[in-house]
Design a protein around this ligand. Structure first.
Ligand code: SAM
Length: 371
């Protein structure tokens, strides 16, 4: 971090970002490269103001069901990559997935996130059946899918079956950086094609990236932030890169808490209404990481609903937290943690603010027409 730029100038960049929800490439780079504790505190204060104006002090919870750790991909950073022969593989049946949701429903979850490796066992027919089952059993709940790259036809089938949202981190918006983290068979172009297909179909779409992944420069981060601004996602998932011992990137340093929360603050100001999780990876690199994420502008947490028996097997990185806890323990632990910092868990689907507004406006229009 350099001292060449005065703190006053950094504060005015934060003011500009808060006032206009955008900054030039150069200014974003300056803000990141010259950040210090005082500027970070100021950024978080502004991010909280914006977050409170849009979502109040509600924290949206998503029940995460990690339903398969089989994956046909070989991302260099990921613990469930195909080449990790030490990974103990598992798959959940449609019944087991529905049981997780039923338990989650009792605990107040109204969004279920089905996440897994890219596992061809879950054909379009099987995924359609799973989504249909969940939506018919819990019609007041949202279903988020996070299954990686599929064809537009597949995404359309899941959407027609009732899936509401889709999480697909772009991982990095920089071509060279992308190629350094993935084998040649994977491409940033395919990833971006999937994201635009999902948006065109009508999903609430989430993109995102790891903070501090090997080879990431400030320019890469600026590429990511400019992409977020241009794409306008409903959700952005960011969390620190954490090495996994059985991957090619095992010896690399993890991303930092400090930079991750700084970026959360920037993203909240860039996209005021975005759904922004304080991720499990953030909670893994610091015992209070998720709280600090919320204090920096995040408004979503994703406690785990996967059966305890498989939790230790969905290891994307080393030392992942909450792998031994029952769903109810995670749920109430999160509630306590959020209450300690002045926030409360909302029992709702927790849709993007634009859709909540649309829904209430639609009902107002309908009421007006009926009356
Ligand atoms: N297969 C789906 C996909 O590709 O989107 C979802 C599962 S994938 C494991 C979910 C996310 O985990 C990835 O988008 C990546 O950002 C994150 N992840 C994987 N390995 C990680 C690591 N070592 N540290 C932090 N995050 C990691």
């Amino acid at each position: 971090m350099s001292n060449l730029i005065k703190e006053k100038d950094q504060f005015s960049l934060v003011d500009q970002l808060a006032g206009e929800s955008e900054l030039s490439r150069g200014d974003l780079k300056t803000l990141i490269d010259t950040r210090n504790d005082n500027v970070a505190e100021y950024l978080f204060e502004k991010a909280r103001e914006v977050r409170h104006a849009v979502y109040g002090r509600d924290i949206f919870i998503r029940g995460l069901v990690e339903f398969t750790n089989y994956c046909k991909n070989d991302c260099y950073y990921c613990g469930i990559r195909k080449s990790n022969l030490k990974a103990d593989r598992y798959r959940l049946t449609p019944e087991q997935i529905l049981d997780c949701c039923a338990q989650g429903y009792e605990l107040g979850f109204r969004t279920f996130v089905l996440q897994g490796g890219e596992d061809p066992h879950y054909t379009d027919d099987l995924m359609t059946l799973i989504v249909t089952n969940i939506k018919s059993t819990f019609p007041d709940c949202a279903v988020t899918l996070s299954l990686g790259e599929r064809s537009k036809e597949s995404y359309l089938r899941f959407f027609k079956a009732g899936a509401d949202r889709y999480l697909l981190r772009h991982e990095t918006r920089n071509e060279i950086h992308y190629a350094s983290l993935h084998p040649a068979a994977m491409s940033l172009r395919d990833r971006l094609r999937c994201l635009s297909d999902l948006r065109d179909i009508g999903y609430q779409v989430g993109c995102g990236f790891m903070v501090g992944s090997p080879g990431q420069t400030t320019d890469c981060l600026v590429d990511d932030l400019m992409f977020i601004k241009e794409f306008g996602p409903h959700m952005v998932g960011i969390g620190p890169f954490i090495p996994h011992q059985d991957t090619p990137l095992s010896g690399q340093p993890a991303g930092t808490l400090e930079l991750t929360v700084f970026l959360l603050g920037i993203i909240r100001l860039l996209e005021p209404r975005v759904l922004l999780p304080a991720t499990t990876a953030l909670g893994t690199i610091s015992p209070t990481g998720r709280e600090l994420g919320v204090m920096a502008g995040a408004n979503v947490v994703m406690p785990n609903l996967s059966p305890v028996g498989v939790r230790k097997k969905y290891l994307l990185y080393d030392n992942k937290i909450c792998t031994g806890d029952e769903a109810a323990e995670c749920r109430f632990c999160i509630q306590r943690r959020m209450a300690n910092i002045g926030y409360h868990i909302a029992i709702s689907r927790g849709d993007h603010a634009a859709l909540q507004f649309q829904t209430s406006r639609e009902s107002q229009v309908q009421a007006a027409l009926a009356g």
